[in-house]
Unconditional design. Structure first.
Length: 176
């Protein structure tokens, strides 16, 4: 409210560099205002642009200012991964629609991120060895599940099924 005059909007939303904004002005008040030279150089008077989301942005800034340590910690722990996915990998939008589908897509990209991070920490060879060991450890879980399935669904191929760990094969866990 420059000089206690209220600036109003016509309600139109404008696009400015990809952001949606509203224009606020009061040309009639600016024409007769004594403080005009201090307020603006614009020949049409004072003009303010505000994001259509400005109230939400202000509330968020207030929360950040009230608890800066929490947001500093959050930036260190979670925001880094999303920044990497967005800026370096170009994952700025989901390719499919629907909440469950989008969550599945995000989960897949997070698995890729975690595997890539593990590869940079452990090295490709060590990661491969650990994943092979994990496959062997999980084979103890698969057998009881397959036996239960074969009891519930009598399929001849599942009867007498055996799992074998093969270090020479690409698929190290084989069903016999």
């Amino acid at each position: 409210m420059p000089a206690d005059q209220i600036l109003t909007t016509n309600g139109s939303v404008y696009d400015k560099a990809g952001h949606k904004v509203k224009h606020y002005k009061n040309r009639q008040a600016c024409k007769t205002c004594d403080l005009r030279d201090l307020c603006t150089k614009n020949k049409n008077g004072r003009f303010i642009e505000r994001s259509i989301y400005q109230e939400a942005l202000d509330e968020n800034q207030k929360r950040v200012n009230e608890n800066p340590e929490y947001y500093r910690l959050r930036q260190q722990i979670t925001e880094h991964q999303f920044g990497t996915l967005k800026r370096q990998w170009g994952f700025t939008f989901a390719l499919i629609k629907g909440k469950e589908n989008v969550l599945s897509e995000v989960n897949l990209i997070m698995i890729c991120y975690n595997l890539r991070r593990l590869m940079s920490i452990l090295g490709p060879k060590e990661l491969k060895n650990k994943l092979k060991g994990l496959g062997f450890a999980l084979s103890g879980i698969y057998r009881p599940i397959l036996e239960l399935v074969s009891l519930l669904i009598p399929v001849p191929n599942l009867q007498g099924l055996k799992l074998q760990y093969d270090k020479t094969s690409i698929n190290s866990l084989k069903l016999l």
